[in-house]
Ligand binder design. Structure first.
Ligand SMILES: [Fe+2]
Length: 148
């Protein structure tokens, strides 16, 4: 999937102006493709500077790439043997335009946001029909240390 998505990243005219539109209230998801017959969905997420997700995990696998701008991802894990549900930050990376990443549950708890000075857009391929589910987020976690 990354081999297919990678060459599209940063390509001018790939998305329509409507598909590149952000929302000052929150990051925004544009559903580009989905179909029960395919078993996957393609979305564009648009982030204005400073916007970020809550800490969350996912209903399915995902391959993502930064199409415009940059995104910061902070990942979390659980302390071994800890039964309180407390999350521990275990990594942070800044992904520039063209960067690819992937995740698959379990062990996919993260928070993503735009820490750059301009709009950021990422393209995501999910292994689920998001027209039915509405979102790839399985569970939102309470605020965890580390910020974005
Ligand atoms: Fe996510």
């Amino acid at each position: 999937m990354a081999d297919l998505l990678g060459p599209l990243l940063g390509r001018p005219g790939l998305l329509t102006p409507a598909q590149e539109a952000g929302d000052p209230r929150s990051y925004r998801q544009h559903l580009l493709h989905t179909g029960p017959e395919d078993g996957f969905s393609v979305v564009a997420l648009v982030w204005l500077p400073g916007q970020h997700t809550p800490v969350h995990d996912h209903v399915c696998w995902c391959v993502a790439g930064v199409h415009e701008g940059q995104e910061t991802e902070r990942t979390y894990c659980r302390a071994p043997g800890d039964r309180t549900g407390r999350l521990i930050p275990d990594g942070s990376v800044v992904n520039p335009t063209g960067a690819l990443s992937a995740l698959a549950p379990p062990g996919d708890i993260h928070r993503v946001g735009n820490t750059g000075p301009a709009k950021a857009i990422s393209l995501h391929v999910y292994g689920a029909d998001l027209s039915r589910l509405g979102s790839s987020i399985r569970r939102v976690y309470p605020e965890a240390p580390g910020g974005i």
